[in-house]
Ligand binder design. Structure first.
Ligand SMILES: Cc1cc2nc3c(=O)[nH]c(=O)nc-3n(C[C@H](O)[C@H](O)[C@H](O)COP(=O)(O)O)c2cc1C
Length: 365
């Protein structure tokens, strides 16, 4: 047994994990027509065999035309896609890891790599991917209701597939975040308001509909972020009081675990305290949180996401985990590079860890 807190089991009433290591959701664009194939199943299975506790899938589309901005992003609806996911889920679970798909709707955001807009109709609160740039009409009430229903359908699909949980992508400037941010939500109806509490209504309705569809015992995670990449200059909540407005609405709607996305797991979120974003969300909500960002990598300041990066020490993330600042630790690029990252860390084989290189984004090894 490793003495590291990373290898303590996670014992949540709805979700038991063999350790605290979560594979971060990472878009692979290797599912032509939205259907994940045997290569995708083998890719996830390898991370399960490598000792990860919970695998979060890449963002997966819901039944709305504009939910994906690239046709090789997988869907979580439709017979062919669900059959593909079944092989993924069964393969991962056979390794002792747990599996949760991430539900993604890009809203008005163009694809980061190709710059292509999503297929019409583009769904977003006000047609803006970014303040001052209009690419579509605001969503109608009917489109909003249908989008919420599509999230619920995908959550029911996840439960039927035998997934252990489902994650909502509520971060990084995509659809849900476009509702949350006053820069992209200019509506004058009940889906907007003066504070994050009113702007969180869409996210909360999505959570409620998913809860209804997937049942009371199915864990629902939501990923939120302060930043709206690619521009890191904007924050969603400027102080703990603002953050509480958002977190309380989502917890009340039925979120079980918050996934707190940020470039660095250790970033001090607000002045006057060393607490990270995941630390603040846990403190405010009383719910478990996942921290993420540069875990296992030696990342100098201002390094781009896809640079060559050496493996790095994990003592700081272990220290914060041990202190209870957050409950789970998501690992992205280090696991993309090294499927055996968790097992190597557990066994103290840190000299064998493989650093990150951009080529791993194009590969599916
Ligand atoms: C290739 C790649 C694809 C990503 N795709 C997604 C995604 O689909 N959904 C998401 O929420 N985050 C996505 N992210 C962000 C990661 O989940 C993670 O937050 C980020 O890489 C920071 O963690 P790391 O420093 O451990 O890599 C992606 C990151 C990378 C490198």
């Amino acid at each position: 047994m490793s003495a590291s807190p990373l290898f303590r089991p996670f014992d949540h009433p709805k979700l038991k994990l063999r350790n605290r290591i979560v594979m971060a959701p990472m878009t692979r664009k290797r599912s032509p027509g939205g259907v994940p194939g045997a290569d995708v199943a083998a890719y996830y299975r390898r991370r399960g065999e490598g000792g990860v506790g919970l695998i979060l899938s890449e963002g997966a589309g819901i039944r709305r035309n504009g939910s994906r901005s690239d046709p090789a992003v997988p869907n979580l609806f439709g017979d062919d896609a669900l059959a593909g996911w079944q092989a993924v889920v069964d393969g991962v679970k056979a390794t002792g890891a747990k599996f949760a798909p991430q539900l993604w709707h890009v809203g008005a955001r163009p694809d980061e790599a190709t710059k292509a807009l999503p297929e019409a109709p583009i769904d977003s609160p006000s047609g803006l991917p970014w303040p001052g740039k209009t690419v579509a009409e605001p969503m109608s009430d009917e489109a909003i209701a249908d989008t919420i229903a599509a999230y619920a359908e995908a959550a029911a699909n996840a439960a039927k597939l035998g997934c252990d949980a489902v994650e909502i992508h509520g971060a990084h400037g995509y659809l849900i975040d476009q509702f949350l941010w006053d820069g992209t939500n200019l509506r004058s109806d009940g889906w907007n308001g003066p504070t994050l509490k009113e702007r969180a209504r869409f996210a909360a309705e999505v959570v409620r509909a998913m809860r209804q569809a997937a049942g009371p015992d199915f864990p629902i995670l939501i990923r939120i972020s302060q930043d709206k990449s690619p521009d890191g200059s904007v924050r969603l909540a400027n102080d703990p009081g603002e953050l509480a407005l958002l977190v309380e609405v989502l917890a009340e709607a039925g979120v079980d675990i918050f996934h707190c996305s940020g470039a660095r797991f250790s970033r001090r979120e607000f002045a006057g305290s060393d607490l990270s974003f995941a630390g603040w969300v846990k403190k405010i909500s009383g719910l478990p949180t996942i921290a993420v960002g540069t875990v296992g990598l030696d990342v100098p300041p201002a390094t781009p996401l896809f640079a060559t990066i050496a493996p790095g020490p994990i003592d700081e993330v272990e220290r914060r985990l041990d202190a209870g600042e957050f409950d789970l630790v998501a690992v992205g690029r280090a696991l993309l590079a090294d499927p055996d990252w968790a097992e190597k860390v557990r066994a103290g084989r840190t000299d064998e860890l493989i650093g990150f290189e951009a080529r791993y984004v194009a590969e599916l090894h």
